[in-house]
Ligand binder design. Structure first.
Ligand SMILES: NC(=O)c1ccc[n+]([C@@H]2O[C@H](COP(=O)([O-])OP(=O)(O)OC[C@H]3O[C@@H](n4cnc5c(N)ncnc54)[C@H](O)[C@@H]3O)[C@@H](O)[C@H]2O)c1
Length: 341
């Protein structure tokens, strides 16, 4: 049985811990580490049966018994911990993004090639059964040629400003999932980006140097167009929808409601709100992505979301950042040239 260590016990670290403990087969969770481990988190981990709880994550890196490391710490630590784990011969599942700095992602790529370990990036929406079915319809030609891909992605509320400060900004933190979805749903590459945005949710986000609301237009290598709209606040819950429109039809994925109950009375017809946030909407997808990763390790096959899939949305995010700053469309090759890719 493969043994897993989780580094980072915040929001997503807890999600992966619960999912590995309760939903993932074929692997056993041996340890969890976080340098800011609280008594409360330690108790929670022990209660769900995690054998070892550390504040020093190098105990996981140096544990010869551990085969797989899940990196769930804050974004600014991902490439450093990836390198340490890869050099120790661990297979690594890293939450998005690998880094904001393309040069650091290149270092991770070199280390993966040298040490021949498996590496997967946490773009769990690819493992959501609804998005997967829509993507399969697009790639099977059921909507003809893809003309327009529309993605709506709005959070129920913004994260703390302390998180925003180390997040790399909305494009590298939040929209990065949508950039990945554009590549996943279309089977094409992004060639050009034009981003506009503003602060409409919380002035503290502006003080932290970020925006909270954005619209991004993209051109794709297959001639199709894509548009993404983002907001850090949706009063009705997590708003995650996709529509692919083509020459022969369209395929759409809507929100998943808290229940399918619909109340009809004299004042109208009332349905339930969308599920509250990523934890509710994507719990199965989180388990599916880790299961897929474990299968790649067991069967020695390619991971479904490799390091290149981790790199490309970062480049698109950097193009979006530049577009917002300069007020003009930015070609992806402009960013690639900057990093000699
Ligand atoms: N795929 C998804 O749907 C998804 C959802 C949420 C977050 N994320 C990603 O997961 C990462 C964590 O996000 P979060 O929301 O859980 O944040 P969080 O702030 O809740 O948790 C981050 C944790 O990292 C720990 N940490 C800080 N420095 C560390 C270090 N040097 N070594 C180890 N741990 C360290 C913190 O103590 C904290 O417990 C981010 O990179 C974010 O982009 C992904």
């Amino acid at each position: 049985m493969l043994k897993i260590g989780i580094i980072g016990a915040g929001r997503i670290g807890k999600v992966h811990t619960e999912s590995v403990k309760h939903l993932v087969k074929n692997a056993e969770l041996k340890a969890i580490a976080d340098p800011f481990m609280t008594k409360e988190t330690e108790e929670w981990a022990k209660n769900i049966g995690v054998e070892n709880v550390y504040s020093d994550y190098s105990k996981i890196i140096n544990d010869k018994d551990i085969d797989i490391v899940l990196i769930c710490s804050s974004t600014d630590t991902h490439s450093k911990i990836s390198l340490e784990a890869i050099k120790a011969g661990k297979h690594v599942f890293c939450e998005k993004p690998i880094d904001h700095d393309v040069n650091k992602i290149k270092e991770v790529m070199d280390a993966i090639n040298k040490h021949k370990v498996k590496y997967q990036v946490g773009f769990q929406r690819r493992f959501d059964r609804n998005f997967r079915a829509a993507k399969e319809a697009v790639l099977a030609g059921k909507i003809g040629d893809l003309n327009i891909l529309k993605i709506t992605s709005r959070d129920p509320g913004p994260p703390p400003v302390s998180y925003i400060k180390v997040s790399g900004g909305i494009f590298l933190d939040m929209t990065i999932h949508d950039f990945d979805m554009v590549r996943y749903m279309s089977g094409a590459e992004v060639t050009e980006v034009y981003a506009i945005g503003g602060v409409m949710v919380d002035p503290a986000i502006k003080e932290a140097g970020d925006i909270d609301t954005a619209v991004i237009s993209l051109k794709l290598s297959n001639g199709a167009l894509a548009v993404i709209d983002n907001c850090r606040r949706a009063s009705y819950g997590y708003d995650q929808r996709v529509e692919a429109f083509g020459s022969k039809g369209q395929v759409a994925v809507g929100n998943v409601p808290e229940s399918t109950t619909v109340l009809s009375d004299g004042s109208g017809v009332t349905a339930e709100k969308p599920q509250f946030f990523f934890l509710q909407r994507y719990m199965d997808a989180y388990a599916n992505e880790v299961t897929s990763f474990i299968n790649a390790v067991v069967n020695n096959t390619d991971t479904e979301v490799n390091v290149i899939d981790g790199l490309k949305p970062v480049i698109i995010g950097l193009a979006a950042k530049k577009s917002l700053a300069l007020g003009r469309p930015v070609k992806i090759e402009e960013i690639e040239k900057e990093y000699k890719l």
